[in-house]
Ligand binder design. Structure first.
Ligand SMILES: Nc1nc2c(ncn2[C@@H]2O[C@H](COP(=O)(O)OP(=O)(O)OP(=O)(O)O)[C@@H](O)[C@H]2O)c(=O)[nH]1
Ligand SMILES: [Mg+2]
Length: 201
């Protein structure tokens, strides 16, 4: 028996230091490191999950947010099924830069219709006491710029991290042209019992 699993590419974009690598590490390995080095270029990790009855292999691409690494990260935007626009609630400039990140992604990913593309917005570090960005202004930005889902996350205490990535999958599965996105990959269920007559096929 084989089960169909879809391969989805999700990319994390946002200013350096907002917590993109920490969010990916928390989601994939359930770990948090308070002294992470800045990402240079891009890294990716895979995670299998089931969302609303769909088995999905999520390929999570983490990118370097620092401006000096732009040329290293932009070649990897193409082929993304969802973009997680990430800022830190303790860094107002990272919130103001969301528009630039959306434009940079749309340009280099060569997105046909940016207004219809699956963006999800993450306001990270909500565990900190000193917020510079309120939930209301972040929700207003998401409403006014495409009606994007918004999640207040903390990679440090795991608040909303799984929910945000699962929403990214739902956004893609529900998008009308999902057929182009989903690359069905046959997986064989190794637990299956050998046939009684011993034949292999
Ligand atoms: N309090 C708190 N700190 C966080 C959180 N997420 C990340 N950090 C810290 O913020 C710093 C930057 O986190 P990174 O995950 O490296 O940020 P990044 O977005 O990957 O940065 P670049 O790789 O430069 O783009 C690290 O010291 C993290 O420990 C969070 O949710 N809460
Ligand atoms: Mg990083």
């Amino acid at each position: 028996m084989t089960t169909k699993s879809s391969l989805l590419k999700v990319i994390l974009l946002g200013d350096g230091g907002v917590g993109k690598s920490s969010l990916m590490n928390r989601y994939v390995s359930n770990k948090f490191d308070s002294h992470l080095f800045h990402t240079i270029g891009v890294e990716f990790l895979n995670k299998e999950l089931e969302v609303d009855g769909h088995t999905v292999t999520l390929q999570i691409w983490d990118t370097a947010g620092q401006e000096r690494f732009r040329s290293l990260r932009t070649p990897f935007y193409r082929g993304s099924d969802c973009c997680l626009l990430t800022f830190s609630v303790e860094d107002n400039q990272s919130f103001l830069n969301l528009n630039n990140w959306k434009k940079e992604f749309a340009y280099y990913a060569d997105v046909r219709d940016p207004e219809k593309f699956s963006f999800v917005v993450l306001g990270n570090k909500v565990d900190v006491a000193e917020r510079q960005v309120s939930m209301e202004e972040a929700q207003r930005w998401c409403q006014e710029n495409g009606g994007y889902p918004y999640f207040e996350t903390s990679a440090k205490d795991a608040t909303n991290v799984s929910a945000a990535f699962e929403e990214a999958v739902r956004c893609v599965l529900s998008s009308e042209d999902r057929a182009e996105h989903l690359l069905p990959t046959d997986t064989v269920d190794l637990r299956r019992k050998p046939r009684a007559n011993g034949s292999c096929c």
